[in-house]
Design a protein around this ligand. Structure first.
Ligand SMILES: Nc1ncnc2c1ncn2[C@@H]1O[C@H](COP(=O)(O)OP(=O)(O)OP(=O)(O)O)[C@@H](O)[C@H]1O
Length: 371
């Protein structure tokens, strides 16, 4: 079942929560809606579910207008962050609920319901806990019951709103992997909301990055991470250093004091360079301009991080903990940007970002490598 979202707009009073959003979700895809708090993810999901009515635009399920249909008739399975299981019902009865409340004419026979529920409980690996009550389950187990319950009605579309949000990091990771397997086994078109970039990148076939009621970019996890369309996407998808700069004569220079950062083929003007901490290299200080001062070195699990003051801009640098970090606070170092993206400032038409071409050798030396 593919889903077509066309020019969806939603206002709450004077506030525009969704601003003409277009999105096509292919049949059997697992899509993540990713964005910061308030970007409109949940509102979009609720509109797809039929729990919210848009002010403008269309939602098509398999080419048919879904907005004309009552949520009950959309055949949508919904899983919320806070597993709203029925506390007075066993696991089995919770999963069976959606089938048992169907009108008599559409309700499967008791034995058919029992078979389906048992099959789903096996799938979510809870068949041994069928007679327990929600209060006797862990958070992760409750969330798996919620999923089994959503799947029991054989939905055409599965919608999940921060399904693992309330769980601790380890359980989240386990459930993620498990949801991916489940999705691959069942192939139901699925959309999940998250503000956790790792969750989106790890789990989804495609990631929809949202900001302020708009879609910034849609792409595979690799595309949005490696070829971010906007500075927002770059920044949101991982640790990033943001450096104010200007482009002139094929070079990118620090805006503050003019130190060269790399080469670039693009128009002159103010710009911002984005660089990941692991794409900055520190070398023994040379006698060129590209020199900074190490302010702090500290270890965080698998990484050694350093903060470097580079002409007034504080840069965060990361190297694997098993690589030696030969510098300490107070050392003078040469800063080499190995990779980065240059986003022209003050261009309303959002042109393509430019790849930073790193210098090798002296900071004013030749450009040797094109990314
Ligand atoms: N019923 C409502 N009435 C008024 N404003 C609302 C309502 N629902 C959502 N909003 C506003 O619309 C915007 C988008 O909300 P939405 O819940 O879609 O964001 P989100 O990206 O899912 O955020 P979060 O990650 O915090 O859940 C927010 O600014 C929110 O305050």
């Amino acid at each position: 079942m593919n889903i077509d979202i066309q020019a969806i707009t939603k206002r709450f009073g004077a506030y525009t929560a969704l601003n003409s959003v277009d999105l096509r979700i292919g049949s059997g895809e697992l899509v993540a809606l990713l964005g910061p708090s308030g970007s409109g993810k949940t509102t979009l999901l609720r509109i797809i579910a039929g729990l919210e009515t848009p002010d403008g635009g269309t939602v098509l399920f398999g080419g048919e207008d879904a907005l004309q249909r009552h949520p009950r008739d959309r055949q949508v399975g919904f899983v919320f962050q806070h597993y709203a299981l029925f506390r007075h019902m066993t696991v089995f009865d919770n999963v069976a609920f959606g089938l048992q409340v169907r009108p008599r004419s559409q309700r499967p026979a008791k034995s058919v319901i029992a078979d389906r529920v048992n099959e789903l409980l096996r799938l979510v690996q809870l068949d041994k806990l069928a007679t327990r009550y929600p209060s006797q389950l862990s958070g992760g187990q409750r969330q798996r019951v919620a999923l089994a319950r959503a799947l029991a009605i054989e939905p055409r579309v599965l919608l999940l709103d921060e399904p693992f949000g309330a769980l601790d990091a380890k359980v989240r990771k386990e459930l993620r992997r498990w949801l991916r397997h489940l999705h691959d086994a069942m192939g139901i078109t699925s959309v999940f909301v998250t503000h956790d970039q790792e969750e989106a990148l790890e789990l989804a076939d495609r990631v929809v990055v949202m900001s302020q009621g708009r879609i910034e970019q849609v792409g595979t996890p690799t595309e949005v991470y490696r070829q971010p369309a906007t500075a927002f996407v770059y920044d949101f998808l991982g640790d990033a250093n943001r450096i104010e700069c200007r482009v002139e004569g094929g070079q990118v220079r620090l805006a503050s004091q003019g130190q060269p950062l790399g080469g670039v083929s693009g128009q002159a003007g103010p710009a911002v360079v984005y660089v990941r901490p692991h794409d900055i290299e520190l070398q023994p200080a040379g006698d060129d301009q590209a020199t900074g001062t190490v302010r702090r070195v500290y270890e965080v699990g698998p990484l050694v991080r350093a903060e470097v003051d580079y002409a007034g801009t504080l840069l965060e640098v990361a190297v694997p903990a098993d690589d030696r970090m030969p510098f300490r606070a107070g050392d003078r170092v040469r800063v080499v940007l190995r990779r980065g993206l240059v986003f022209p400032a003050d261009r309303p038409d959002r042109p393509e970002p430019m790849a930073l071409v790193p210098f090798r050798g002296g900071a004013s030396g030749p450009v040797v490598q094109r990314l």
